[in-house]
Design a protein around this ligand. Structure first.
Ligand code: TYD
Ligand code: MG
Length: 463
């Protein structure tokens, strides 16, 4: 049989070389090649010669073309899901963990990934016997934490090991239904000469675990530390290999943590799970709507509350802005929790269609609570907060806003307006400024007055 060979693959364009070189000949990227193992094809023969040969062969000439089946005749099994025992975790996974799914959980060091997965694996142990593999802590540290958190320990095996071959041996012997590998950066395989922690080791080790998961139907959680560039384990390769990618985020100094699905083959993305870190581990926050308000009761200049919708839940979130005359010739635009370019665009619209210039001012915008708002519904509240700071006047008490701001100064409706308005009314807001298409007919929701606006200038007047 042909032995596995080593290849050097460009992480940018996927070009494949036999020898390492500093620059990729295809895309010109520097230092993008890393070492991979190429398994020999299972069936050498008609198709032999790999990708290149099969690309060259014409369809008519192929005798071993895979059978084509009508999609409706393909047998499929309903995905069976198991609850993780943590409602917010289930929500982000799309309603529980799917058998045989491989889920990558990424986040900054110290954010609580190990804690979350330890809580989940011990709670799931009744239905899914688990194997917790740690390459970062000793077994006594893991056991100590589990005991301190009062977690049930039956049905969970623990292993302090980083070699994939030995992890898989243990898995084959104990046959767990769930494996947690904490963290994927510590894993290495004997098949590669590269140092543990290198991109190729991480990728190949993860690939071995993914293969094992698919062959045996074992569910696998891979823990990954986010690197400075923001990608898990450097290259985005891991994200393509797994079924779901979840990010665990939070602001340093805040006890709230947000788990977000970035990719999910078995559920919706952008669903949020909200947790609070306590001395008893991570606790769920099942009704998180109001935790992203800054908590100050009297209205402050530069603050506006918006209703964002992350996943299937409306959330009240405070946006803060600080506008200050700038000593710089190129004043700063800093956005935390939203996209910087979007802020620059909104300020241009404010100038052009609202007649308000902040060209000589530094503008800082912060979304309270470490949450990242990705939807355009934040446009209007951001501009209202900027205006409020510029004028040093608070918005009227108990006001919320949401709406997309277009380049020609129009305010556009956003999805699920009624849900958002109801949520704001439930939390005692008295006034809402929204796009006309989002406003209810009577101009009220319960006790709350809803002001419908079509143009940015109208919104600024209303505020
Ligand atoms: P950990 O799960 O080890 O983070 P990660 O695996 O993402 O690196 O969590 C570490 C932090 O959480 C640590 O700074 C202490 C804090 N923590 C608590 O506040 N309460 C607890 O019950 C636990 C277990 C951890
Ligand atoms: Mg950890």
């Amino acid at each position: 049989a042909k032995a596995a060979r080593t290849a050097y693959v460009c992480s940018e364009c996927g070009a494949d070389y036999n020898k390492w070189q500093g620059q990729c000949g295809e895309c010109g990227g520097w230092n993008t090649l890393s070492e991979f193992i190429v398994e020999p094809a299972a069936k050498a023969g008609a198709g032999g010669g790999g990708v290149a040969a099969s690309r060259r062969s014409s369809w008519a000439g192929r005798v071993d073309a895979p059978a084509v089946t009508a999609l409706k005749d393909v047998r499929h099994s309903e995905e069976s899901r198991v609850s993780t025992g943590i409602g917010e975790f289930d929500r982000v996974l799309g309603g529980g963990l799917v058998h045989g799914a491989v889920v990558l959980v990424g986040g900054d060091p110290g954010i609580g990934k190990s804690t979350l997965l330890l809580q989940a694996i011990t709670r799931m142990a009744q239905t899914l016997p688990g194997l917790y593999v740690t390459g970062e802590e000793s077994l006594s540290q893991v056991a100590g934490r589990a005991a301190r958190l009062g977690l049930p320990l039956d049905g969970v095996h623990a292993l302090a090991e980083t070699g994939v071959e030995r992890i898989l041996e243990h898995a084959a012997a104990t046959k767990p239904a769930l494996i947690v590998a904490d963290s994927v950066q510590t894993l290495w395989t004997e098949q590669l000469g590269a140092a543990p922690g290198s991109v190729s080791q991480v990728r190949e080790s993860a690939a071995r675990l993914v293969r094992y998961a698919k062959e045996t139907g074992t569910a696998v959680f891979l823990v990954g530390h986010v690197t400075k560039e923001g990608g898990i384990a450097g290259p985005r390769v891991l994200e393509h290999m797994v079924d779901a990618v979840l990010y665990f985020e939070g602001e340093s100094g805040s006890r709230f943590r947000v788990l977000r699905a970035f990719k999910n083959r078995f559920g919706a993305v952008n669903e949020l799970g909200v947790f609070a870190m306590s001395d008893k581990g991570l606790r769920e926050v099942p009704n998180p709507s109001a935790i992203f308000l800054s908590g100050s009761r009297s209205p402050q200049p530069g603050s506006c509350v918006m209703v964002t919708r992350e996943g299937t839940r409306p959330l009240l979130v405070e946006v803060q802005a600080l506008v200050d005359s700038s000593p710089l010739s190129n004043p700063r635009r800093v956005a935390v929790g939203m996209e910087q370019n979007r802020l620059a665009m909104l300020l241009a619209v404010l100038h052009r269609h609202g007649g308000i210039s902040v060209g000589d001012q530094d503008v800082f915008v912060n979304v309270v609570g470490g949450i990242r708002v990705q939807e355009t519904a934040a446009d209007l509240p951001v501009l209202l907060a900027v205006l409020s700071s510029l004028r040093d006047q608070p918005l009227a008490d108990h006001t919320v806003a949401f709406g997309e701001v277009g380049l020609s100064g129009e305010i556009r409706p956003v999805p699920n307006g009624e849900d958002r308005l109801k949520e704001a009314a439930t939390h005692g807001f008295k006034r809402a400024i929204v796009a006309k298409g989002n406003a209810p007919r009577g101009g009220r929701i319960g006790e709350m007055e809803v002001i419908a606006v079509e143009r940015l200038s109208e919104a600024l007047d209303a505020a």
